[in-house]
Structure formats: C-alpha cells, structure tokens
Design a protein around this ligand. Structure first.
Ligand SMILES: [Zn+2]
Length: 88
C-alpha cells in the first residue's frame, strides 16, 4: 500500500486527503502565523491619518480662508482626529 509522507515532519498517511488535512492543520497555519509575527508593516491608514492632520493644520493656518472654509476644515480635522489615537 502506498504511503504519503509529510514533507514537514515525516509522519505517514494512508490517504493523500489525510496528508493534505494534516499539513493544513499542523504546518500551514503555524507557518502563516510565524510569517505574520515576523513582518510588521507600517499601519498605513494610521500614518495616512497623521499625514492628513498635518495637511489640515497647514490649511487652517492659511490667512485666505473664508469663515465657511475654516468651519469645513475644522469639521474635517475633528473627523480625522477621531481616527488618530491620543498619544499625549
Ligand atoms: Zn507533518
């Protein structure tokens, strides 16, 4: 009878389906988790929020704004501020 050997831990299985399930349960998930822990990407949405805050602060400091524009910028700034966790 043919045997299907796990390439990760050399455990033997009678059916390819059992081997596939074993690999999926025992190896694929652990591998994925390890990869996830190793790679820590920059949280893009958060850095974008900080960037947007900087742009808004710059716009609000502009002397040529109408009251309506100032109010609009203030509202947008408040919305963006809500996305940024308080750090200080
Ligand atoms: Zn295995």
């Amino acid at each position: 009878m043919a045997e299907y050997k796990c390439k990760y831990c050399s455990e033997k299985f009678a059916k390819p389906l059992d081997l596939a399930r074993h690999v999926r349960m025992q190896h694929k998930r652990a591998k994925k988790r390890a990869k996830k822990a190793a790679v820590k990407p920059e949280p893009a949405p958060m850095s974008m929020a900080f960037e947007a805050m900087g742009v808004l602060k710059g716009l609000q400091a502009s002397p040529n704004l109408s009251d309506a524009e100032k109010k609009l910028l203030g509202d947008v700034a408040k919305t963006v501020e809500g996305l940024v966790p308080k750090s200080k």
